[in-house]
Design a protein around this ligand. Sequence first.
Ligand SMILES: C[S@@+](CC[C@H](N)C(=O)[O-])C[C@H]1O[C@@H](n2cnc3c(N)ncnc32)[C@H](O)[C@@H]1O
Length: 225
Amino acid sequence: VFRAQRFRFSEEPGLGEEGAMLEVRVPQVLHLQYGMYVWPCAVVLAQYLWFHRRSLPGKAILEIGAGVSLPGIVAAKCGTEVTLSDSSELPHCLEVCQQSCQMNNLPQVHVVGLTWGHLSLDLLALPPQDIILAADVFFEPEDFEDILTTVYFLMQKNPKVQLWSTYQVRSADWSLEALIYKWDMKCVHIPLVSFDADKEDIAESALPGRHTVEMLVISFAKDSL
Ligand SMILES: C[S@@+](CC[C@H](N)C(=O)[O-])C[C@H]1O[C@@H](n2cnc3c(N)ncnc32)[C@H](O)[C@@H]1O
């Protein structure tokens, strides 16, 4: 079962002027794979990109664990050079990344298979990235270190790369913070209110609903040296 879901990002118009608006559509597939529909985290991260859209043009952006790729699609529409990725072992998820690009008329967006923690030819071939997007990838603690290994590898190519990530608070297990320090990274929590995401209905979508989602910016601890 396939249907398209619409997201409409807008800003409050100022006095006497039209507000900016962006409408994107992504597929929603009824499927057991996690990557086939939009998670609450994806909408919050997409809103963060939309809020910061003026600083994005020209940046190289990689989305990991992208699934239907709402944040990556918004980034591409805001003038960035986007690569979408999902596990190389999940071809359905990579297909859904492609479908999202087609539905939004973005033939220039690359789609590659990147499995967290795997040093693959596709990962080696990636050019330096400015921003890595990760919506709802920190849900299985046994994957956390694999994700950070991939991010660490990309930090070697560009020590200034930032990981923009949203996670859904589901349990009190908080082993991520300790791993971030172990991997020489630092982490800043961004309040949702600071980018208009402190609401149940973002981009006219009824998401994130009542889920608790947090926004993190993770970077190399020594990026200022
Ligand atoms: C909870 S879904 C989130 C999907 C999307 N980012 C969103 O927020 O709507 C987790 C995503 O991680 C991908 N994934 C799971 N294990 C992975 C792995 N080992 N390497 C790369 N991607 C993986 C899944 O295919 C899925 O797309």
